[in-house]
Design a protein around this ligand. Structure first.
Ligand code: AMP
Ligand code: FE
Ligand code: FE
Ligand code: ZN
Length: 301
């Protein structure tokens, strides 16, 4: 291998809100010049088996992953009550998880139930605002690229897509700004697992717990440090220091915090296919990330 290893540890497929099938991602990763990549779909492990099989055929290193939606307050120890808009969003990456482990499966089931409750309420809220779309269109849209027996994790990006198709908004961005984003007219919070439970489940399933795109927490530098200290206490293993939404100053701050709390560092493009204008491999992980993830996973195996 010439030059440094090219590793992208954050990608999405049609199993959640990406636009490429899990089995197609390895070929695209290879075309993007990657040596290794991780699939980290939102709240599902359904794409991991087909992606791993295709990666193996191409001789590409594959890291099975997931990106779990977590309650944004790491000090919360109970499921938040419905109807409380929670600021920020906390996404927890789990690497090297055993996808069928009961601990991760029950967390995934809980997350799917919360989505199944929330999504129709968003449609209702939109209707009150005079925006009439059918949830069946959202479901069909999300599942269209999948094989017959598969179902995608349905989220706000799919609702946004239908709003664009129906001409209510001009872009996904406008759909979030006007209707779906936090604080927008049809924003409905959902029940989310607490950080302690999620980290515990990732470890139980043999995985390594990494805080995704920490800037999305929307915290001041002091509060961010406070939250990361708390997550480290709960067993967090790493920080995603490299991400398209991170400015160089963010990466620098996060790397300092990772050193302070003895956390490994990761990075990736957060590729969503055509749904976001970010190319596969456009942000790479630190060189030592693969080895450090493997070492960390060995403790939980
Ligand atoms: P959900 O998990 O269903 O609540 O949807 C959240 C997902 O929507 C995030 O993980 C992003 O992929 C996407 N998203 C959130 N905010 C925006 C935005 N402003 N524009 C485009 N996509 C967004
Ligand atoms: Fe997403
Ligand atoms: Fe995320
Ligand atoms: Zn992501």
């Amino acid at each position: 291998m010439l030059g440094p290893m090219r590793i992208d540890l954050h990608t999405h497929s049609t199993a959640s809100d990406g636009t490429d099938a899990p089995a197609d991602l390895p070929r695209l990763a290879k075309q993007a010049g990657l040596d290794a990549f991780a699939l980290t779909d939102h709240d599902t492990a359904a794409g991991l088996v087909p992606a791993a099989a295709a990666a193996e055929q191409l001789g590409l290193i594959f890291v099975p992953g997931i990106e779990l939606s977590i309650h944004p307050d790491p000090f919360a120890t109970e499921l938040p009550l419905d109807g409380q808009p929670a600021p920020g969003s906390l996404h927890l990456l789990g690497y090297h998880i055993k996808p069928l482990h009961p601990a991760i499966k029950s967390l995934i089931d809980q997350l799917h139930l919360a989505r199944a409750t929330r999504n129709p309420r968003i449609i209702e809220k939109l209707k009150e605002l005079g925006v009439r779309i059918d949830y069946t269109d959202v479901v069909a849209q999300a599942n269209a690229p999948l094989a017959e027996h598969q179902v995608a994790v349905i989220g706000r990006p799919h609702i946004a897509q239908v709003l664009v198709h129906r001409g209510y908004v001009k872009s996904i961005h406008e759909a979030f700004a006007r209707y779906l984003g936090q604080g927008a007219a049809a924003y409905i919070p959902r029940e989310l697992p607490t950080a302690d439970k999620a980290i515990e489940a990732v470890h139980a399933a043999g995985g390594v717990a990494v805080l995704a795109h920490p800037v999305h927490l929307g915290l001041s530098p002091d509060d961010l440090e406070h939250h990361i200290a708390r997550l480290a206490d709960l067993g967090l293993d790493g920080l995603e220091t490299l991400h398209p939404d991170h400015e160089p100053i963010d990466t620098k701050r996060l790397t300092t915090l990772a050193n302070r709390f003895d956390l490994l560092t990761t990075g990736g493009s957060d590729y969503h296919g055509s749904r976001k204008a970010i190319g596969l491999g456009s942000v790479l992980a630190p060189e030592d990330a693969l080895i450090r993830l493997r070492e960390a996973a060995a403790q939980y195996a």
